[in-house]
Design a protein around this ligand. Sequence first.
Ligand code: ADP
Length: 249
Amino acid sequence: MTSPPPILEARGLAKEFRGFAAVDGLNLQVREGSVHALIGPNGAGKTTVFNLLTKVLKPTRGHICFRGNDITAKSTADIARLGVVRSFQISAVFPTLTVKDNLRVALQRPNGLSGQWWKSLNALDRLDERAYSLAEDVDLGKYMKHRAGDLPYGRKRALEIATTLALDPVMLLLDEPLAGMGHEDIEGVTQLIDRVAKGRTVLMVEHNLKVVAKLCDKITVLARGQILAEGTYTEVSSNREVRQAYMGS
Ligand code: ADP
């Protein structure tokens, strides 16, 4: 039996900064429905890969395909419209707006669900209905009237994820979703990622290897812009080169 084609594929992807290869001929395949981690030491090229996949940066060489179609020349907005949506490390919520208003704003973004449904009759009611449903999806229902800036850190991350879900993604790119979190928040946000991954594909950059082991079907280890190892957590963590280069043992 042949395996299904990858939902997202990078072929020979490269990015040079003044001759320095930050990403160096990357061949990456992300399987539909998987939770795939990109790990590696600082400077390995992980963020650059995310920037290339979402066209924040233009590749020096190589191609990116989504569902078999070459999307290398597409804009960030076009890529989001296809359903490939990224969350950022830096907090992207409006701190002085309530949770509800943050979700309303997210739902009305040009590439959001807006085009499909909110211009119809009872638009505001439907907008609110959708905002509440999104909030429930990430356990923020009881925080709707709170200012986003007053939320505890883990809840703020949940709101960020909800604003990403407002774009109805088929594929989520999560950039260090657990960065800066304490133990309790890590647990909650890990469960949340596990839940939002159902029926979607997730590619995440994450340093917390315990969480990567728990959530991810496949792990790609990057070092100096190239793939050092790939496989399940058990496979990559038993790879000697990975242990030396990344895990320090
Ligand atoms: P990671 O996310 O794995 O820590 P990055 O993708 O941020 O790695 O960076 C990979 C390499 O590319 C690093 O050596 C970094 O200094 C370099 N780099 C990243 N962005 C730029 C840039 N805009 N200009 C020059 N060098 C860059």
